[in-house]
Design a protein around this ligand. Structure first.
Ligand code: GAL
Length: 365
């Protein structure tokens, strides 16, 4: 009963808010990619980012601030380094401040339900940035690099590296996945396993630890220490008798370097290791032939695309989409950018002109 009254009150507020701010109705309650009726060109845009677990997030902060300022918007860009509760509180505060659009990179995409519901009922457009928002109907657009494709590239690169560097099959591998609360971690893993599972079934790949389920291989908080501890334990338990460890599937560069460190500190030959994010340190390792692969997801392109979508909405246009991603409640209208798989072979071409990577690029190209 109480809930009904609250919802009615919120709906009334939403109608008032929409009438005041846009001059026309703005019913974005179905998450159907409706960008609403436009809003003022200097409106407040709220960008809520997760923890700084990889360089792409750190870069995104500055790129959003500069890009939104250049586009004429007001903005607030915040990390939630203390976790989910902080992110919830920050989003609540952005609603209070009158934001018209949210771009949210969620720590846990399933834990923002009440905030998103409230935001939507006040006419705020909700863009899931890089990580999808799950278990909610209150999301209008998802902008990201194709996560499943990222995993496919990682699985493909792992097999390629084993073929090139580790003799003939069978090869021994271990698997690492990202943080289970991040909606990206499972598509990364599923994409990789779509390539690796047939080779496991055929006996070409052997996961010596037997740990092949997402729940067994995921890495809390995307923390390098967690992945390294798990690899240390696996190496001590399964590879200290001289069993070769030929490759490690890693979902990103931070965890890939942790895997390389675990192998090196156990005195093992360098395994074939995958990655993602084209972090400066890992790009150097790719050029040197230490880390076999990374995935280039140019953060400049992702932020630019997100701001382009915000501009569309500001002008009263629908969001541009090229895909849909189910989030457990709805098919979220999605705009995917293509990730690029990078090994030593194409690194010079792939990273040419990226100012962040210029220092390392010029050492090798
Ligand atoms: C993911 C993101 C990856 C990686 C990871 C850890 O959601 O898509 O690029 O950065 O978080 O921060």
């Amino acid at each position: 009963m109480k809930k009904t009254i609250r919802l009615v009150a919120l709906a009334a507020t939403a109608l008032l808010g929409a009438a005041t701010l846009t001059g026309c109705g703005d019913d974005n309650d179905n998450g159907g990619g409706d960008a609403g009726g436009g809003f003022p060109a200097d409106a407040l845009i709220g960008v809520s980012l997760p923890q700084q677990t990889s360089e792409n997030w750190v870069l995104a902060e500055r790129l959003f601030e500069n890009g939104l300022r250049d586009a004429g918007f007001s903005y607030v860009v915040q990390f939630a380094n203390d976790g989910v509760t902080e992110q919830q509180n920050q989003i609540d505060a952005m609603i209070e401040r009158g934001a018209r659009v949210f771009a949210i990179g969620a720590i846990d995409g399933a834990q923002l339900g009440p905030q998103l519901e409230r935001a939507h009922s006040e006419g705020i457009l909700i863009i899931a940035y890089d990580r999808n928002l799950t278990a909610t109907t209150n999301v209008d657009l998802y902008v990201a690099f194709d996560n499943f494709q990222v995993g496919v590239y990682q699985g493909t690169a792992l097999l390629q590296g084993l073929e090139e560097l580790k003799g003939s099959a069978p090869w021994n591998i271990e698997l690492i996945a990202g943080s289970a609360d991040d909606a990206n971690a499972l598509p990364f893993f599923n994409g990789a396993m779509s390539v690796l599972q047939p080779a496991i079934d055929a006996g070409d790949l052997v996961v010596v630890s037997g740990q092949t389920e997402f729940g067994q291989v995921s890495t809390d908080g995307w923390l390098a220490a967690n992945a390294q501890n798990r690899m240390d334990t696996i190496i001590a338990g399964f590879y200290d008798d001289g069993t070769p460890l030929d490759g490690i599937l890693s979902p990103n560069d931070t965890l890939g370097r942790a895997a390389l460190t675990a192998a090196a500190s156990a005195g093992l030959p360098n395994p074939v290791v995958t990655g993602q994010d084209a972090e400066v340190e890992s790009v150097r390792l790719v050029f040197e032939g230490v880390q076999f692969q990374t995935i280039y997801k140019d953060t400049r392109a992702l932020v630019t695309e997100t701001i382009r979508q915000i501009n569309l909405a500001q002008g009263g246009n629908a969001f541009a989409t090229n895909d849909v991603v189910p989030n457990g409640e709805i098919d979220v209208p999605t705009f995917f950018l293509p990730p690029i798989s990078v090994t030593q072979t194409n690194a010079c071409a792939a990273f040419e002109g990226d100012p962040i990577l210029e220092g390392v690029w010029s050492d090798f190209c």
